[in-house]
Design a binder for this molecule. Structure first.
Ligand SMILES: Cc1cc2nc3c(=O)[nH]c(=O)nc-3n(C[C@H](O)[C@H](O)[C@H](O)COP(=O)(O)OP(=O)(O)OC[C@H]3O[C@@H](n4cnc5c(N)ncnc54)[C@H](O)[C@@H]3O)c2cc1C
Length: 384
């Protein structure tokens, strides 16, 4: 049994490590176009279930804020993992394994029946996993209902304006774009250092210059004084409930972003990827062919409602999220956002929402056709 993992990012590396941890000794090849693993992203998640890599968290916040509503939960903190730490940990694990072949600087061109064609030739395996994220053939032509796009600055500022105990998940006090909702995301590392990220969920591009200005204006409002940007991170995540088509026996198993692991209502993916990988490995160990399915029908339906409401009335979204934060206690809200919600948690979320437009959107769920049109633009078009 040979495993071929296309894409050595979050999902690909997580899968390789999990296969090794499960005692798989068959050959595992990973292919990635990249040649280095640097600090290209931070992963944050609620600590709502045991998750591989969680012990690498560089920061933990027990208090967090949405739309000015502060919540506190010592038992389910919000974690921050530095991408570089996760990569280093995973690569060290792979390095120790004699059955792993990590092929970097190799681009995948097509994926077929038990094989991938790369710029170096053909690779064959019994199980092929597509963890190519936006580079996946499975996502070609995908028109998500919305994009979550973000640009963040890690800053060091002159004055001690940040509260290191409080993570701001959504601060809607920024100019709102057409066709979407914008918010700032602030993760303070100490009183003078923080990640301040401008995020948009919507169908239209917002130029990078405008985002940088929003971050700057926020720091001005806080009276942060002189600042140095120590790092910039940016990204775009498709938010959709369409998902990739599930593999037949002749196709690669889609994982991570390519496998629909992004939670459409929140954009969180890291925890879901770990759950998806765990299911795949359980299938492999049991001798079943994995399908990479992620999330329950219940959460998919709930997410579809969220996206519909967003598409129909983006300007009301800040109020909806504030309302959620006010009416739903910290634990069920963290579990919902962390994709570990129980039936009761989800019922609480539904009960907290205004009956219209959520009721209207709910009635349209089975077809999951968008109310307000799909995102057709390149999320970064218009960038200068
Ligand atoms: C900047 C950023 C911050 C994020 N922060 C969070 C967060 O805080 N919390 C959260 O839950 N989620 C977050 N996400 C969303 C999600 O967790 C990440 O996108 C995650 O990395 C997705 O894992 P993946 O394996 O699907 O894709 P990736 O990690 O992007 O891996 C895909 C890999 O495929 C390779 N590749 C692509 N095309 C080809 C090709 N043709 N040939 C060869 N190799 C190819 C790439 O080089 C890459 O290494 C963030 C995303 C970004 C971009």
């Amino acid at each position: 049994m040979r495993h071929l993992i296309l894409g050595a990012g979050c999902a690909g590396l997580s899968l390789a490590c999990a296969l090794l941890d499960a005692g798989v000794e068959h050959p595992i090849a990973l292919v990635d176009a990249r040649t280095t693993f640097g600090r290209d992203r931070t992963w944050c998640l609620f600590d709502v279930r045991p998750t591989p890599f969680a012990e690498l968290a560089s920061h933990r916040w027990s208090s967090w804020e949405i739309g000015g509503v502060v919540r506190h939960d010592d038992r389910r903190p919000y974690l921050r993992l530095d991408g570089a730490d996760v990569y280093a940990h995973a690569l060290a694990r792979l390095d120790r394994a004699p059955n792993v072949d990590l092929r970097l600087g190799e681009s995948v061109r097509t994926v077929g029946d038990g094989l991938a064609v790369t710029d170096r030739g053909e690779l064959r395996a019994d199980l092929v996993y597509d963890a190519l994220s936006l580079g996946s053939p499975a996502l070609r032509g995908l028109r998500p209902m919305a994009w979550q796009t973000f640009l963040g600055h890690e800053v060091e500022v002159a004055r001690p304006v940040f509260d290191p105990g409080l993570a701001t998940l959504m601060d809607f006090d920024v100019p709102q774009p057409a066709g979407g909702v914008a918010f700032l995301y602030v993760l303070p590392f100490d009183e003078r250092r923080a990640l301040v990220e401008h995020t948009v969920i919507g169908t239209h591009a917002v130029p990078a210059a405008e985002r940088r200005r929003a971050v700057d204006e926020h720091l001005d409002r806080r009276g942060a004084g002189r600042r140095t940007v120590t790092h910039e991170e940016r990204g775009a995540i498709p938010m959709t409930v369409d998902g990739p088509s599930r593999p037949g026996p002749r196709h690669a198993i889609p994982l991570g972003v390519a496998g629909g692991a992004v939670r459409p209502s929140s954009g969180y993916a890291f925890g879901r990827i770990q759950a998806q990988v765990a299911d795949v490995v359980a299938d492999v160990v049991a001798g079943r062919t994995p399908d990479g399915r992620v999330g329950s029908a219940r959460t998919r339906a709930l997410d579809a409602i969220f996206l519909r409401v967003l598409a129909a009335e983006p300007e009301r979204f800040p109020d909806h999220f504030r309302r959620l934060a006010e009416r739903v206690p910290a634990a069920p809200l963290a579990r919902f956002l962390g994709d570990a919600g129980t039936v009761l948690d989800d019922a609480r979320i539904v009960a907290a929402m205004p009956k219209t437009p959520f009721g209207v959107a709910a009635m349209r769920v089975p077809g999951v056709a968008p109310v307000g049109g799909r995102a057709t633009v390149d999320p970064w078009s218009g960038d200068g």
